[in-house]
Design a binder for this molecule. Structure first.
Ligand SMILES: [Zn+2]
Length: 340
């Protein structure tokens, strides 16, 4: 339920809008492209980043039947003029909608919206719903603003009332300019960013205000679950600092939101399962990126978990997060798991 995709051909948005370092793709050799941020090289990607057929042939090797796809966080572009981000978001969402309609048995889409402008974000959220997406993906902060900011209340209210699931993905990691070396924004910044998003939403009372909001946090919730003891203790010992907008113990929220399984560590996944329950852990891979679980759940199959937990992780938790059901296919999936 956590994989990334990008259109093979991107318009040059910097030229179109006349400013900014929007991402462009340079197809410099067959099957590969350089992602460029303006003149600066960002990363090289392969055809499995844009070609739905290649993706299917790769993910089927690991018994995946259907992938939830969303854009690459660098495409969020919340820094741009809101109308331009709306334009870009529409382009990305239409591309995913095309893939989903062409390969409806293989893909489920999540949209992207211009979060820097709540009205436009809600407008595109509504269009995502019309496109048939069960949810959207947003960043862990919006131009430095935490997700607890009142300016986002209306957006979360709209997600709740439209029944749109939310995937929160770390991006624009705080302090990145101080930790550029050793890939630290990804290794240290991302888990901290996700923790920032979860704690902001808890302490800001978002889950109290919108109890039906279905949120999933990437990378098993970053460092939130491993540090819940510290966070809870802080809540108890300094309520004057922590419990200013919500007086519910943060531990109460374990099991209220979803997280993906991307831990690369069976011991940590066991701990996460203990804390939130298997019905809140979804199989994520971060496919096709190298930091992801590119053997798509192999380490989970090797953990010798009870079959109910395996079923929850492999598909049931994702269906409940997305508000989908596939009762017809349950038997078929059970058979597939049993045959493993
Ligand atoms: Zn990701």
């Amino acid at each position: 339920m956590h994989t990334h995709i990008i259109p093979k051909n991107l318009p040059n948005f910097s030229e179109k809008f006349g400013y900014g370092d929007f991402i462009t793709l340079l197809h410099h050799k067959r099957g590969y492209a350089r992602m460029m941020k303006g003149e600066k090289f960002f990363r090289e990607i392969g055809a499995n980043c844009w070609d739905p057929k290649i993706r299917i042939s790769e993910y089927q090797k690991y018994n995946t039947r259907i992938q939830v796809v969303c854009t690459i966080p660098v495409m969020f572009s919340y820094w741009a003029k809101p109308g331009d981000t709306l334009d870009l978001s529409k382009f990305l969402n239409d591309d995913i909608a095309n893939i989903v309609s062409k390969y409806s048995k293989n893909y489920i889409g999540l949209g992207t919206v211009p979060m820097q402008d709540t009205d436009l974000a809600i407008r595109e959220l509504e269009r995502c719903k019309e496109l048939g997406f069960p949810g959207i993906q947003i960043g862990s902060n919006i131009n430095g603003f935490n997700l607890s900011k009142p300016r986002f209340f209306e957006f979360f209210a709209a997600c709740e009332s439209l029944g749109m699931a939310v995937l929160i993905h770390p991006w624009e990691m705080m302090g990145s300019d101080q930790i550029e070396k050793y890939w630290l924004p990804w290794l240290v910044g991302m888990p901290a960013e996700t923790t920032r998003a979860i704690t902001s939403m808890i302490f800001g009372g978002i889950f109290e205000k919108y109890p039906e909001l279905r949120v999933c946090f990437a990378h098993a919730g970053g460092s939130f679950i491993p540090t819940i003891g510290r966070i809870e203790h802080g809540f108890n010992c300094r309520p004057d600092l922590v419990a200013v907008h919500n007086n519910v113990n943060p531990r109460e929220y374990l099991g209220k939101f979803w997280v993906d399984s991307i831990t690369h560590d069976p011991k940590l996944l066991r701990y996460v399962l203990d804390e939130v329950g298997s019905e809140k852990v979804c199989l994520g891979s971060d496919y096709p990126f190298p930091l992801g679980d590119l053997e798509i759940g192999k380490f989970i199959e090797e953990m010798d978990l009870p079959i109910e937990d395996v079923e929850n992780i492999m598909y049931k938790s994702t269906l409940s997060w997305l508000g989908l059901s596939n009762a017809n296919e349950d038997a078929e999936i059970k058979e597939l798991i049993a045959s493993k």
